[in-house]
Write a protein that binds this ligand. Structure first.
Ligand SMILES: [Fe+2]
Length: 129
């Protein structure tokens, strides 16, 4: 196993940052596994093998969800955005833009407009983690 989730010398990083990086790496790995199982299931004809892989991909999605929840608990502003995007009916992109505008402006989600061309990275970085 490598240590490539770090882009700075690990010994210089605070423990909290190393934990955060581990969970980010885990989230990525779970998403990769879900994609791999999706491809395998698309081509596997054996019903028993398919059942095993269906079970496995469900586990990977559970792991993905737990990793995401950890990251959202750690970073409240991300949770604010996620709450305005996840499990919402309608246009995903519109919800994303409205969430960004609401978080940047401290406004309620009115479903309208965006904050110009900004991706909100600067303002999100400045918010409490
Ligand atoms: Fe997993």
């Amino acid at each position: 196993m490598g240590f490539d989730q770090y882009h700075e010398p690990p010994e210089e990083l605070p423990a909290e940052t190393r934990t955060f990086a581990r969970l980010c790496a885990s989230l990525t790995e779970e998403a990769e596994a879900i994609g791999w199982y999706e491809q395998r299931l698309a081509v596997e004809p054996n019903p028993l093998a398919r059942a095993v892989m269906q079970n496995a991909v469900g586990e990977e999605f559970k792991h993905f969800s737990m990793d995401l929840e950890y990251l959202l608990r750690r970073t409240p502003v991300w949770r604010e955005v996620a709450e305005r995007v996840l499990f919402q009916p309608g246009d995903i992109v519109e919800h994303g833009e409205a969430a960004e505008a609401a978080v940047e402006g401290g406004e309620d989600d009115d479903g309208g407009g965006s904050a110009g061309d900004s991706l909100g990275i600067g303002s999100l970085k400045g918010r409490e983690r």
